[in-house]
Design a protein around this ligand. Structure first.
Ligand SMILES: *[C@@H]1O[C@H](CO)[C@@H](O)[C@H](O)[C@H]1NC(C)=O
Length: 259
């Protein structure tokens, strides 16, 4: 009988824990299971900067001649094979001090292309990097277990596969007049990366290219999904957005709108 009295509180505790999990995610799958694979999501500034009407100091589109002209990092995302993904897996407030040695590289290769602050999981709004770490990075366990590892690992994977170079060498140069066959772009990446990427478009313009990886970072195919791209796509060249000019012209657009 002595053991029964000890079991009842334990039962209650377990039930409460289960309830909490259901509460957080609205599903019984509250403790998010381990992810299946990674997607390295890359952004094409030529397309996104074309849509970003709002210039501000945090928007890399507004750096004039120093604005990015190659694919930049959106994030490294843990994904499930069924097309869904875990997010905000545990509380970890982004701390920029932890990645202070990486800031030069992050500014260059992982800049925000927007002005508004990004949503974070638990702390409201913050830097683009805070959003990526809190939402996706915290779900990369057991491969990646802390903020610094998340950013250094992502940079290293990014440096290993230069998608801009792959496309240029296959004849797909940034252009505001050419249209390229989507199949040609996909093949060029397959030939070099040895796996099938996912291409995301905004209208007919390539907006993102995603490379997928097993947990040991060997390339694997992304999920065969319905593509958002037409048969012929464009790879728009970056058009400089002078910060001074656009700031005064369109200063009325709120930061939130830019997201
Ligand atoms: C990608 O390759 C181009 C040359 O085509 C080079 O200018 C650029 O620095 C490379 N990017 C990275 C991140 O290594």
């Amino acid at each position: 009988m002595a053991s029964l009295s000890a079991q009842i509180p334990l039962c209650l505790a377990l039930m409460m824990a289960a309830c909490l999990m259901i509460g957080i995610n609205g599903s019984i799958d509250g403790a998010q299971r381990e992810f299946d694979y990674f997607a390295l999501s890359l952004q094409w500034p030529g397309t996104i900067c074309h849509k970003t009407r709002h210039c501000c100091s945090s928007n890399a589109c507004c750096r004039g001649s120093n604005s990015p002209t190659e694919f930049t990092i959106h994030g490294l995302w843990p994904d499930y094979n069924d097309g869904t993904w875990p997010s905000c897996c545990y509380r970890s407030q982004f701390d920029v001090k932890e990645i202070s040695t990486l800031l030069d590289a992050l500014e260059k290769y992982w800049p925000s292309l927007y002005c508004g602050k990004s949503s974070t999981c638990f702390s409201g709004k913050g830097l683009f990097w805070a959003h990526e770490w809190e939402k996706h990075g915290t779900c990369s366990s057991p491969v990646i277990r802390d903020e610094y590892s998340y950013f250094i690992t992502t940079l290293n994977v990014y440096f290993k596969y230069n998608v801009t170079k792959i496309l240029n060498e296959a004849g797909y140069a940034p252009s505001n007049s050419e249209r390229y066959p989507l199949g040609g772009i996909v093949s060029a990446i397959e030939n070099s990366f040895r796996a099938t990427p996912e291409v995301i478009c905004s209208k007919e313009a390539v907006e993102e290219i995603r490379l997928c990886f097993f947990k040991d970072f060997k390339p694997r195919n992304c999920l065969a999904s319905k593509t958002s791209c037409p048969k012929y796509v464009s790879l728009p060249a970056y058009v400089s957005m002078g910060r001074e000019a656009s700031e005064s012209e369109i200063a009325w657009i709120s930061d939130d709108e830019a997201l």
